[in-house]
Ligand binder design. Structure first.
Ligand code: SF4
Length: 258
């Protein structure tokens, strides 16, 4: 196995879609995905990427993190959000995203190295691939694909038994049917006993983000507004965290590298 990864982009921004939302975060976007979710806003990462040695990726992370370095002896930052995580979070966070990072086997040693370097490492994964081999220090943010994605058949339910309290499950909710499916899945699998649950409203794609490669929303589904989603969560007293894609509120929705 060569020690390279196909990287789409590496950049510093604010984490936007987890319990870490709002914190500075270095994103490593890896190329390629084997799903084609109807709401995917990173179709450009399916094919665009450049092969980079792991050492080069690591060096770029350290370069972007340099302005956040604290003088020796100064304890940085914030209490960790997970019960079994380190006492403080080091900022910036580092997140592997995609595409689907787990399609590239070298994402595993990269995450391990970044944890060894002392970073708080997040992984965004589609939930369609085995998460068992991911370094246990990594905070895994795992999707459960709702029907509106067109990819619900790809959920790898066996992953649930590997989740820890420091991980997170994300439902991207695009339709009323997605909401009902997510609610039923939480009850059926007692998901709120596993880890934090995220209900992320699917921001409609800008014209520049639409792609013929994406699956259509299955027929008969009704789009849901963010307000309707918020009000349903409250009416049903669901134990979930509502969220919007933060970068789409701050920057224009189609902007890359933010
Ligand atoms: S899993 Fe993520 S990157 Fe892949 S198609 Fe779905 S939304 Fe896009």
């Amino acid at each position: 196995m060569s020690d390279t990864l196909v990287v789409n982009e590496i950049y510093l921004s604010l984490q936007g879609e987890s319990t870490f939302a709002g914190l500075p975060c270095i994103f490593i976007r890896l190329a390629a995905c084997d799903l084609r979710c109807s709401y995917c806003d990173t179709a450009y990462a399916f094919t665009e990427g450049e092969k980079q040695p792991l050492g080069q990726v690591r060096a770029e992370v350290h370069r972007l993190a340099t302005p956040f370095a604290k003088p020796a002896g100064q304890t940085p930052n914030l209490p960790a959000s997970g019960a079994s995580g380190p006492a403080v979070l080091r900022l910036p966070l580092v997140e592997l995203t995609g595409g689907e990072p787990l399609l590239q086997k070298n994402s595993l040693p990269l995450m391990q190295t970044l944890c060894d370097d002392g970073f708080t490492v997040l992984l965004e994964t589609s939930g369609a691939h085995d998460i068992a081999a991911v370094d246990p220090r990594v905070r895994r943010i795992m999707d459960l694909k709702c029907p509106g994605s067109g990819e619900a058949a790809r959920n790898r339910w066996e992953n649930l038994r590997h989740l820890k309290s420091t991980d997170e499950i994300k439902f991207v909710i695009a339709t009323r049917e997605d909401y009902e499916w997510a609610k039923a899945s939480i009850a059926e699998h007692k998901l709120d006993s596993l880890c934090p649950l995220l209900f992320s409203w699917a921001h409609p794609l800008a014209p520049e983000q639409q792609s013929k490669l994406l699956k259509p929303v299955p027929p008969g589904q009704t789009p849901i507004s963010r307000r309707e989603l918020a009000e349903k969560i409250l009416a049903d007293a669901l134990p979930v965290r509502f969220q919007v894609q933060l970068h789409k509120v701050i920057w224009v929705p189609e902007q890359r590298g933010v």
